[in-house]
Design a protein around this ligand. Structure first.
Ligand SMILES: [Zn+2]
Length: 256
């Protein structure tokens, strides 16, 4: 396998390991730097050789070495997913500043999505820094004109805000959380005006899942669905396949 791919995947695993700490601790308002890694059950601190991404999970058979508490498979999953996503972004941008820019976006989207799945919350402690970092990264790394960055911010946040207002009047209850709106704004800062395509795509991705949920009665009218993972997935698709999709679309329209 290509050396670059392996290195990027390895970096992904290491970053993923840190994202796990964020996913586990941020919703509990705990520090992500102190104390070091410890078992959530027996509080025993985890030495570094038991804290190697993925490998330790396999060697310890998914259990704490001290108390045999079962470690969630979400941990290695997040690590592998981070590795894969960084490799996918690299395939599209190579080792460029744009690769760095979109990798930063991925590293924000992963903890936001997993925390949303787990707690139904999109935390300000991630979206606010995401907006600031995205602004700087867009201007200095990806070299997007500042006007595009600002319009992305308002289009992303504004679109979901409008959808929320519409939903409120149709369903007579809060339909779009403030967290989703801030996430839309954050992605807008990274993507510029293309954020609108990503948000449309997010609704298309969410619709079949909601339809299946309703038809199998696992969802009821009025129950909440975490929307963050759909917005995040759509953003990654647009980052990597946006050009190809646009091409397909134009070809399709041209053939009509
Ligand atoms: Zn333990």
């Amino acid at each position: 396998m290509n050396v670059q791919v392996s290195m990027i995947f390895l970096f992904g695993l290491i970053f993923g390991s840190f994202l796990n700490v964020c996913i586990y601790r941020l919703p509990k308002k705990q520090s992500i730097v102190w104390p070091g890694s410890h078992c959530p059950s027996c509080k025993n601190s985890i030495p570094f050789w038991q804290n190697i991404p993925v490998l330790s999970y396999i060697f310890l058979a998914g259990k704490c070495a001290n108390c045999k508490f079962r470690i969630s498979p979400i941990y290695p999953l997040v690590e592998i997913l981070t590795g894969i996503l960084l490799v996918v972004v690299w395939q599209h941008y190579g080792l460029t500043l744009s690769f760095l820019h979109y990798s930063i976006l991925v590293l924000f989207l992963l903890p936001i999505s997993f925390i949303d799945l787990d707690t139904r919350l999109i935390l300000n402690v991630l979206t606010f820094p995401g907006i600031i970092v995205g602004l700087l990264s867009s201007v200095f790394l990806n070299q997007i004109p500042i006007l595009n960055v600002v319009s992305g911010l308002f289009l992303g946040g504004g679109f979901l805000w409008c959808v929320g207002l519409l939903g409120n009047s149709v369903f007579k209850q809060e339909s779009m959380g403030g967290g989703d709106i801030k996430l839309g704004a954050m992605i807008g800062v990274f993507l510029g005006p293309k954020v609108l395509i990503a948000l449309f795509l997010a609704f298309f991705l969410a619709l079949p899942v909601i339809a299946i949920g309703l038809s199998t009665k696992r969802l009821k009218i009025g129950s909440t669905v975490p929307f963050g993972p759909f917005i995040s997935l759509a953003a990654v698709i647009i980052v990597c396949y946006g050009q190809a999709l646009l091409h397909q679309y134009l070809n399709f329209v041209g053939s009509l």
